[in-house]
Ligand binder design. Structure first.
Ligand code: ADP
Ligand code: ASP
Ligand code: MG
Length: 481
């Protein structure tokens, strides 16, 4: 194994950190700051905020034969990107960029016309449409870096991020990625350049464009950091780090100063959008610290994710919520579940490649939750041959995560007291022993999260949570009152 490149940092900037020319300026200043400290940077960017959603809309419209609708979305994207580039770049660079972006958008228009002519959107073509977001943002960001003395060098991520052909959620092929990065990206770093590549996108060994799944730019950053043995991976976003819960639900959520890989992975898996669930793995394997930082407040210390979390007197680090789940109740028609019965049930989910989030069983019934319901009618029809099946959508999973619940009594009691007014289903303490989770109706999520947050984060451990920020906010409110 080669040794770590301690002075190399992989910096990933999410959609809001490249949403317009001002955000891109801030991003350039943050990268300049790292280089000013003698660090070398590889930059991974998301598409500009909301662009992936809009490309998805365009692709769907085209798939339904709505050519005019699809092209109208693309036209709006074209002017947004050109306006942003014009604000960022000097005249000479803009002239080049105008041509480059023009070619990309012409290709997108052609593609959308083709999809609407056929009237069918395959997962493979969908990935190709979505890839434009990161291709465009990374090109613009690289040129903005070049103009600002950061020696930006654009790298098409598809030349390095090799994946399988599972369109929509492709799995990276790490050995191939490592050798491509060593060949194409490391020499740029060694020449003092700042490589800029789009996250989320990749290509098969045959060069067919793929994507890593929504939110996948974090994953790209971790793959690149892992392959290059970086000293650190920084995930730059629009909040101060991993917070005690989504600040959109609880504005008084606190920044968690340090969290373990295991806790962060659990949170991401159970719905905390701040990190893509697969992000942690490449970093864990190489013990590379991951930081979550705020590109709108670059001085804030953020959250450090490390192999071992410091001891914390508060049982939980954070509360995650995952919506749009469906509960499926499978009741055995014969009184007792016979040998092989569970396997038969799980085989049906396996057949339709439907991931199960949570399971609880009793003597005659099994309850399962799934977050994709596209194949639900077929799954339930097939299960109906061996059992009575019911399913109910619009459910949500609430998950409280913290290593310090291990071996402590009375925590579950405190959780249930906090949400005693909410109807709970399928309660589970994860096998990992670091989470407690339960299902509720989607409409109860905000209320439940706020109640739990009040119960567990009113007097949190000041060594682990940024309590000072809360005190400062309270002082500001008092001063204006
Ligand atoms: P990016 O575009 O930078 O990848 P995301 O929107 O994917 O950003 O993730 C950041 C958002 O995640 C935040 O704005 C916040 O609303 C949400 N979020 C959910 N749970 C948490 C949490 N525990 N800590 C911080 N942010 C969270
Ligand atoms: N742009 C992609 C998305 O919106 C990937 C990412 O931002 O991480 O899902
Ligand atoms: Mg994200």
């Amino acid at each position: 194994m080669s040794t770590a490149r301690e002075d190399l940092v992989v910096m990933k900037f999410g959609g809001t950190s490249v949403e317009d020319a001002r955000a891109m300026e801030r991003t350039a200043a943050i990268v300049a700051g790292r280089r000013g400290r003698g660090l070398r940077a590889v930059v991974v960017v998301s598409a500009m905020a909301k662009v992936t959603d809009q490309l998805l809309t365009a692709a769907k419209a085209a798939g339904n034969g709505d050519k005019a609708g699809a092209l109208a979305v693309a036209a709006r994207l074209r002017s947004r990107h050109l306006d942003t580039a014009a604000q960022l770049l000097d005249e000479a660079r803009m002239e080049q960029m105008h041509l480059a972006l023009g070619q990309e958008f012409d290709a997108l228009d052609d593609l959308l016309r083709g999809i609407s002519a056929v009237g069918e959107l395959t997962p493979r073509t969908n990935d190709l449409v979505l890839s434009f977001g990161e291709r465009l943002s990374s090109r613009m960001m690289a040129e903005a870096f070049a103009q600002r003395g950061l020696h930006g060098a654009h790298v098409d991520a598809r030349s390095c991020v090799v994946t399988d052909a599972h369109f929509g959620k492709a799995a990276p092929l790490e050995a191939a990625i490592e050798s491509r990065l060593l060949e194409h990206v490391l020499p740029l770093v060694e020449a003092g350049r700042t490589p800029v590549m789009g996250g989320f996108i990749g290509a098969t060994v045959d060069g067919i464009t793929t994507t890593l799944g929504r939110g996948g730019s974090d994953y790209t950053a971790a793959l690149v950091g892992g392959a290059l043995h970086a000293g650190a991976i920084e995930i730059w976003t629009d909040v101060n780090g991993i917070m005690t819960t989504d600040p959109r639900i609880c504005p008084d959520a606190l920044r968690v100063k340090t969290i373990s890989f295991e806790e962060a992975a659990e949170l991401a898996y159970f719905g905390a959008k701040v990190l893509h669930p697969a992000t942690i793995l490449p970093a864990v394997q190489k013990s590379i610290p991951v930081w979550v930082l705020n590109s709108r407040d670059a001085e804030n210390e953020g959250t450090k994710i490390t192999a071992v979390a410091p001891h914390c007197s508060s049982p939980f680090k954070s509360i995650a919520a995952k919506k749009k789940l469906t509960i499926i109740d499978v009741v055995a028609s014969r009184m007792l579940m016979s040998h092989g019965y569970l396997k038969a049930v799980f085989d049906v989910f396996d057949k339709y490649k439907c991931a199960i989030d949570m399971v609880s069983t009793s003597e005659v019934s099994i309850s399962l939750t799934v977050d994709s319901n596209e194949r639900l009618p077929e799954i339930c029809e097939e299960l109906g041959r061996i059992a009575d099946v019911k399913y109910e959508g619009r459910k949500a999973l609430i998950c409280l995560v913290g290593e310090d619940i291990r071996g402590r009594n009375g925590i579950a009691g405190r959780v249930f007291t906090a949400v005693s007014h909410v109807n709970l289903r399928m309660i589970s303490q994860g096998a990992s022993e670091i989470n407690m989770s339960f299902m509720i109706d989607e409409d109860d999520v905000e209320e439940a999260v706020r109640s739990l947050h009040r119960a567990f984060f009113t007097e949190p451990d000041a060594t682990v949570f940024d309590v000072d920020a809360r005190k400062a906010a309270a002082a500001r409110v008092a001063a204006t009152a």
